[in-house]
Write a protein that binds this ligand. Structure first.
Ligand SMILES: Nc1nc2c(c(=O)[nH]1)N[C@H]1C(S)=C(S)[C@@H](COP(=O)(O)O)O[C@H]1N2
Ligand SMILES: [Mo]
Length: 163
C-alpha cells in the first residue's frame, strides 16, 4: 500500500482577512472575497506622490468604504450628522503602518469622497495580500494603506478648554 502525505508548509498562510471593530454594534471579520461578493464594485484610476519613489499611477477596483462600514453599525444615531461628524476610522496594515480618516471625509452629507477598499490593483486580485485603502483625492500615497488587517471606528476624547 502506498500513502501520500502533504508536503510540510514552509510559508505562513496569508489570508487577506481583516477586522472592523471599535465603537460598533456588529464587529466583522471579512475576506477580500467577501468585499467582492457583498458590495457593488467601483473603479478608480489614481495618481499620488511617494516621498521615496516619486509619482505613482494605479488602477483599483473595490467597494465603497462608506457602504462596507454601514454593515458594522457604528455607535451613532445614523440620522444625526453632528454625531457622525465626531467619528474617526483608523486603518492598520500588516506591517503596522497606520493612518486615520475622519468619518465626514466619505459621508455623503460632508466630503462624500469615493474612498474604496480595493480588492484588485492593476489587474492583480488582492485576496492573498489583503485589501488596500484608496483615497483618490489624496496627493500623497501615505493613506493608500496596503494589506489592511484592522479598521477601527471610534471617537477620541476631546480636551476641555482648560487643558
Ligand atoms: N501597509 C502599508 N501600506 C502603505 C505603506 C506602508 O509602509 N505600509 N506606504 C504608503 C506609502 S508612503 C505610499 S507612497 C504607497 C506606495 O504605494 P505603491 O508602492 O503601491 O505605489 O503605499 C502606502 N501604503
Ligand atoms: Mo510614500
Amino acid at each position: 500500500m502506498s500513502s501520500v502525505t502533504a508536503p510540510p508548509r514552509t510559508d505562513p498562510v496569508r489570508t487577506g482577512r481583516f477586522t472592523i471593530h471599535g465603537e460598533v454594534a456588529r464587529p466583522l471579520t471579512l475576506s477580500v472575497a467577501d468585499l467582492r461578493r457583498r458590495w457593488g464594485q467601483h473603479e478608480a484610476t489614481v495618481t499620488f506622490d511617494c516621498a521615496t519613489s516619486g509619482p505613482q499611477e494605479h488602477h483599483f477596483r473595490g467597494p465603497l468604504l462608506r457602504e462596507v462600514l454601514e454593515a458594522v453599525e457604528p455607535s451613532f444615531d445614523p440620522r444625526r450628522r453632528k454625531e457622525r461628524a465626531r467619528f474617526l476610522v483608523a486603518f492598520t496594515g500588516g506591517d503596522g503602518h497606520h493612518a486615520v480618516l475622519a468619518w465626514a471625509e466619505f459621508d455623503t452629507d460632508f466630503g462624500a469622497l469615493p474612498i474604496l477598499l480595493a480588492t484588485r490593483m492593476d489587474g492583480t486580485e488582492l485576496d492573498e495580500a489583503g485589501c488596500q485603502l484608496v483615497v483618490p483625492s489624496d496627493h500623497c500615497g501615505a493613506r493608500y494603506i496596503s494589506a489592511v488587517t484592522s479598521v477601527w471606528i471610534g471617537t477620541c476624547r476631546v480636551p476641555d478648554a482648560t487643558s
